[in-house]
Design a protein around this ligand. Structure first.
Ligand SMILES: Cc1cc2nc3c(=O)[nH]c(=O)nc-3n(C[C@H](O)[C@H](O)[C@H](O)COP(=O)(O)O)c2cc1C
Length: 153
């Protein structure tokens, strides 16, 4: 079980992420229901670790809201960016609280929408299982700084 206070901190971190025009074109489902977590894992190409997490967050972009002010760019990009920034905030807050998370992007969108009765205007962007890590794996590799960043003096 994740303490309620930590869940509240996760939610708070979500709402404070920046967003295009402060439209906050995003919506999050906090799923603790066991049957739904099972169904979400199935929709996510049977990635079973999703069921094991006591909390599964489904992050959605509100493409309608983001397109009202920013038309094509809003619809194709800003809503998704708004959502991703909130997810990153939440992941960092979770880490600080000793929790583990994983951004799961491999899933069938229509199935996830069906499971949670997600309205037409919302597009699921990420499924994020949240729980206490069972192990402490070695950190993954990264490209070198110079490979990813170009200084332009
Ligand atoms: C857009 C996106 C989609 C991802 N989809 C999955 C996924 O479906 N399953 C999974 O186990 N991890 C997924 N990941 C997690 C990455 O595999 C992970 O972030 C990467 O291997 C680096 O590891 P780290 O996050 O521990 O640094 C995804 C990450 C991103 C950003």
């Amino acid at each position: 079980m994740i303490p309620l206070k930590i869940i509240e901190d996760l939610k708070e971190s979500i709402i404070w992420a920046p967003s295009a025009g402060n439209l906050q074109s995003r919506k999050f489902y906090f799923v603790t229901n066991g049957e739904m977590r099972f169904d979400l894992a199935k929709a996510a190409l049977d990635q079973q670790f999703i069921v094991e997490a006591p909390l599964v967050v489904v992050a959605c972009a509100d493409l309608e809201a983001s397109s009202v002010k920013y038309s094509g760019r809003g619809k194709e990009l800003y809503g998704i960016v708004d959502t991703a920034l909130s997810v990153q905030n939440m992941m960092l807050t979770a880490y600080e609280a000793g929790l583990g998370t994983c951004w799961v992007g491999g899933f069938e969108e229509f199935k996830v929408k069906e499971i949670l009765s997600i309205p037409e205007n919302l597009r699921p962007i990420a499924i994020v299982p949240v729980g206490y890590p069972a192990e402490n794996p070695d950190p993954p590799t990264r490209k070198e700084v110079h490979e990813m960043i170009e200084d332009v003096p």
